[in-house]
Structure formats: structure tokens, C-alpha cells
Ligand binder design. Structure first.
Ligand code: ADP
Length: 287
């Protein structure tokens, strides 16, 4: 089906960068290069309400390309809500209202012509509880590409291997690609979910406490995987584990009661916090 091409889409076609609008039929390259002229993600004066609950109170935050950014703060402070803004997942919740701007590589996500399906391919999400589909390991990975129209058997084989290698799972499953994903361990299932997301060729990965249900060895594996991926992807991770933020994040944003208290280089935040509230939180005085 042919679609109207918008000004933004045209600009992105020529200047590279994320394309969030459906392209005309025949243009298969829907923008897989990053456009680093703009921050990868940005919020400006962002407020979000769940009915009467004011969950985000005027958040201004820029997230840079090819870095891991951790979102930390006490439970209920708005970390997951903020994360979900960047692929418009909150839109699915009744009674949600937002004010302000949410931008992906400079594109306002509330522009009328943003294609949500494409947005969610480009900005992939991994959840706290791993959720492999009840099908084989191979079919979990090929599901997204098949839905996007990839039919070539060789291409699908390559996608399976590449995605599983990127998620550091290939060596563990290469001999049992046709067995059920549900037979994998919890940590392997979470890395499969990361691989499944990568198979859709996102540019940005959002992870909501991806290791909180895992044992320390599986957690270390997931962290290693994320560190390897950050050369090619922009990664934002919600974590309640401060040591995890300190181990893997380049920058850290500290939220409290729906407000952004602090955002800085992780090493600086953990060794020489500039704000009293940050210091109290990271030294365990509350939270
Ligand atoms: P965090 O991730 O920091 O634990 P959340 O983003 O989950 O915080 O929650 C922020 C606030 O929004 C909390 O007060 C929470 O109760 C509320 N909230 C989160 N999700 C919903 C929802 N689906 N419906 C109503 N309120 C919600």
C-alpha cells in the first residue's frame, strides 16, 4: 500500500536518522541510521497524568546516542512511566494525559503522522518479566521480521544467528533452535527477549528492570550484553539496583516524586554527587 510521504520523513530519508512515518511502497529502507544532530531522546516540559495522579512533573531531559542511561529513584517516582513515553506505550492506558514534548532524534512523537508500529520497531522495549512467545527459539526471533514481510529463508536464518549473537545467547542455543523458548532458563529467556527486540532492527532500546528477577550470574550476563550493545544502540534502563547503574551506565537520571532531581555522569553522581538529595539517596538514607 502506498502512503503519503511527509516532510519529516523526506528530511530523514536524506539526512539519515530514525523514520517514524510509513514510507511509500518499494522504499524498504525505513531509516536504520542514527541521526546524531539531535539527542537520541529528549523530553521538554513533560507532564503526565494518570487521571488525577500527576506522575511526571515537568521533565526536561536529553539522552545521548550510544550510551547507557540509567533511570533510578524510589519506587513510584515515575521511572517506568518516563521510559514508556518514548514508544508511546502509555497511550494504551485509559485516562492518561500528557503535556510538553517527547522527541526521538528531534521528531515529536505526538505529530499526527507518526506511525506507532514503526516507532515501536525503532524504539524497542524489554520488560521486567521476560515474555518469550510460546513457540520455538527460532520462531521467537523471526516473528517480527516475518510480520514485517521478510520471507527469504536465508535472510531469516541470518537474522536468527545475528540477533542471538548480539544478545550473547547463540553459543548456548545454536543446537536447539527449534525447541521451545519456554524451556530456557530465566536469564536465557530474558536474553532471548533482547534478541527478539534486536531482530526488528531498533536504534534505541528501552529496558524496564530487565534483570530484577534474575540471579546474580544471569544478571551479569545481561549487563555484559548491554555493555556490548551500546556501541551500536542507545540504551535506557530503569533499575532499582544502584550498583547496576554504577556498573553499566554512562549517565544516570535520578527521579523522585515525579520530578527529575539530578542527571549527570554516573561516576560523578556516585563519587561526588552535587545535590544533597542525590547524596542521601545513593548512600541509602532513604528509598
Ligand atoms: P516507578 O517506575 O518509579 O516505580 P511508575 O512510573 O510505575 O514509577 O509510577 C509512577 C506513578 O504513577 C505512581 O504513583 C504509580 O502508582 C502511578 N501509575 C503507574 N502506572 C499507572 C497506571 N497504569 N495507572 C494509574 N497510575 C499509575
Amino acid at each position: 500500500m502506498s502512503h503519503q510521504i511527509s516532510g519529516l520523513a523526506r528530511e530523514a530519508q536524506h539526512g539519515a536518522g530514525v523514520v517514524l512515518q510509513r514510507q511509500p511502497a518499494g522504499d524498504e529502507d525505513e531509516g536504520t541510521q542514527m541521526n546524531e544532530k539531535h539527542p537520541a531522546l529528549e523530553s521538554k516540559g513533560l507532564h503526565l497524568y494518570y487521571g488525577d495522579t500527576h506522575a511526571l512533573c515537568g521533565i526536561d531531559l536529553e539522552i545521548q546516542h550510544r550510551q547507557i542511561t540509567a533511570l533510578i529513584g524510589p519506587s513510584g517516582c515515575g521511572k517506568s512511566t518516563f521510559l514508556r513515553c518514548f514508544n508511546r506505550m502509555n497511550d494504551m492506558i485509559d485516562g492518561v494525559r500528557t503535556e510538553g514534548e517527547i522527541l526521538v532524534e528531534g521528531h515529536n512523537l505526538h505529530d499526527a503522522d507518526v506511525d506507532l508500529e514503526l516507532l515501536r520497531k525503532r524504539v524497542g522495549m524489554v520488560f521486567q518479566k521476560s515474555n518469550p512467545f510460546p513457540m520455538s527459539i527460532r520462531d521467537n526471533i523471526t516473528y517480527g521480521p516475518r510480520m514485517a514481510g521478510v520471507r527469504d529463508r536465508r535472510e531469516l536464518v541470518d537474522i536468527v544467528e545475528k540477533s542471538l549473537r548480539q544478545a550473547d545467547l547463540w553459543e548456548e542455543v545454536r543446537d536447539r533452535l527449534d525447541s521451545s523458548a519456554l524451556d530456557l532458563s530465566g536469564g536465557q529467556q530474558q536474553r532471548l527477549c533482547i534478541a527478539r527486540t534486536l531482530a526488528n532492527e531498533p536504534q534505541i532500546l528501552l529496558l524496564d528492570e530487565p534483570a530484577s528477577a534474575l540471579d546474580p550470574i544471569s544478571t551479569a550476563k545481561v549487563e555484559e550484553t548491554l555493555l556490548q550493545l551500546k556501541d551500536d544502540y542507545t540504551i535506557v534502563i530503569v533499575t532499582h539496583n544502584l550498583q547496576q547503574a554504577a556498573r553499566i551506565a554512562d549517565s544516570t537520571a535520578f527521579f523522585m516524586l515525579g520530578e527529575l532531581v539530578d542527571h549527570s555522569n554516573t561516576t560523578e553522581m556516585f563519587t561526588n554527587p552535587q545535590k544533597k538529595l542525590t547524596e542521601e539517596y545513593i548512600t541509602g538514607r532513604f528509598g
